[in-house]
Design a protein around this ligand. Structure first.
Ligand SMILES: Cc1ncc(COP(=O)(O)O)c(C=O)c1O
Length: 446
């Protein structure tokens, strides 16, 4: 056992951490470094469950879980065992069949009735690209509706969907994407009542798809996160995804649901779209916790849409890598045996209660929200304008031995994506540390 966290024996960053950060900064181009939590993030030497140990003897409580790729926590023993076994049996077979890949695709093909076909990739971005290409081939249309604040990856096609304009800066035209406001009642231009916000957003899409003058007749797909993750853990209100389904049916538009972050039991369902009962998307994009921290992604897709492609057009060298497939099968066994949706639901109930207790009465808190173990606190100043303190609070948390996820449309959100294996005690500790770091950061803003 690695021990409990937080444990800061040397003020962060300790000397070895500092040296390693300097070395990586010198060698790696800054565009490739994802130091999203803090300018001086911890250095991972060893990790287990929800605990990360650095080279200076400090331990951090991890409430980011590899940005949602570690629903089973770091180095889950069954995932470690399965991947080590597969490494000894052969690690890569692009142009051959294999037992692990066959077992995995059969299992995935049975997950969502109506989506019997699977296509594998190596990253969430690649799976998004595959989905976009299938839509074009199946519909003959190149337009896409996506949402402000959305995140679907950083390759060129996925980036066209990016709902954070700054990330597309300087790249010119990436594709025909219409960005609409995500139905977040706290900020929606359509009011504060969730039902009205949903209905108005859906009416807007419906009426524009009907009107040839606007050019929306070229729209082949709607791509949506059922819980907007990077945008600040914003759950779509009830009825939004099912309403999109109806609008898409009416106009022959493909409904693509991005479950890269929200998938694999994190929200109390295997997929977050299941929150609206009875919905079947045309494409589900998967990644991250599909394979418990090894590189693998995929889409689940209807036969009609899948058949629009020619054989072999949507694959890549590491798509379906054998070690990643073994990890995915091991993770699936644990998800099922441990009833991980129910576990996530129970942990989330505890975590939300703790967050409400700590933050509800704070004058600079605009909202405490979440669905399952995708939770966030949004900060505002006295007038209700965004207070961009996410990164500062996150940095304060790192100094205190806690990893949280700064984000939101204005950098005014601190989110948590804990591993589903975190205990109630660890979640309570995380909220306590977050509250302390928040007090420290906000004390200078009065
Ligand atoms: C919702 C969503 N879709 C797609 C992606 C892209 O996945 P990847 O970073 O594996 O390319 C991410 C990554 O954070 C994501 O959160």
């Amino acid at each position: 056992m690695i021990g409990s966290a937080p444990h800061i024996s040397t003020p962060h960053p300790g000397p070895v951490t500092r040296e390693l950060i300097d070395r990586v900064r010198a060698a790696e181009a800054h565009a490739g470094l994802t130091f999203g939590l803090s300018d001086v993030p911890p250095v991972l030497v060893r990790a287990e469950g929800a605990v990360i140990e650095d080279p200076d003897g400090n331990r951090f409580l991890d409430m980011v879980a590899g940005f949602g790729s570690l629903n089973l926590g770091h180095s889950h023993p069954e995932v470690v065992e399965a991947t080590a076994r597969q490494l000894g049996l052969g690690q890569q077979a692009m142009s051959m069949a294999s037992i692990v890949r066959t077992d995995l695709v059969e299992r995935l093909a049975a997950l969502v009735p109506g989506l019997p076909k699977v296509m594998l990739g190596a990253s969430g971005s690649e799976a998004t690209e595959t989905a976009l290409k299938l839509v074009r081939r199946a519909t003959g249309k190149h337009g896409v509706i996506a949402f402000a604040g959305g995140f679907h990856g950083r390759t060129m096609g996925a980036l066209a969907l990016m709902g954070r304009a700054s990330q597309r800066e300087g790249l010119g035209s990436l594709g025909h994407v219409i960005h609409l406001p995500y139905p977040h009642p706290l900020h929606s231009p359509f009011g504060t009542d969730p039902k009205t916000v949903v209905e108005t957003t859906l009416d807007l899409i419906d009426s524009q798809l009907r009107d040839p003058a606007g050019g929306w007749d070229q729209v082949g797909a709607v791509v949506v996160e059922p819980v907007q993750g990077n945008g600040g853990m914003i759950p779509a209100p009830d009825g939004f995804v099912s309403g999109l389904r109806e609008v898409c049916n009416r106009h022959d538009v493909v409904l693509v649901v991005d479950e890269v972050m929200s998938g694999f039991h994190r929200t109390g369902h295997r997929f977050a779209f299941e929150h609206d009962a009875g919905v079947t998307p045309d494409i589900v994009i998967m990644g991250k916790s599909l394979s418990a921290g090894l590189p693998l992604s995929g889409i689940l897709v209807s036969s009609d849409v899948a058949n629009a492609s020619h054989a072999g057009t949507e694959t890549s060298t590491y798509a379906g890598n054998l070690v990643s497939c073994a990890a995915a099968l091991a993770a699936d066994a644990v998800y099922e045996r441990e009833r991980m949706s129910a576990v996530a639901h129970a942990r989330a109930t505890h975590l939300m209660a703790e967050l409400h207790r700590a933050f509800d009465s704070h004058p600079m808190v605009g909202e405490v929200r979440g669905r399952g173990l995708m939770v966030a606190v949004e900060f505002t100043d006295g007038d209700g304008s965004a207070l961009a303190v996410g990164r500062e609070i996150s940095h304060g948390c790192v100094e205190r031995g806690l990893l949280v996820y700064p984000g939101g449309h204005h950098g005014n959100v601190v989110a948590m994506l804990p591993p589903l294996v975190a205990t109630d005690d660890q979640l309570s500790t995380a909220v306590e540390v977050l509250a302390t770091a928040t007090r420290a950061a906000l004390s200078t803003k009065n």
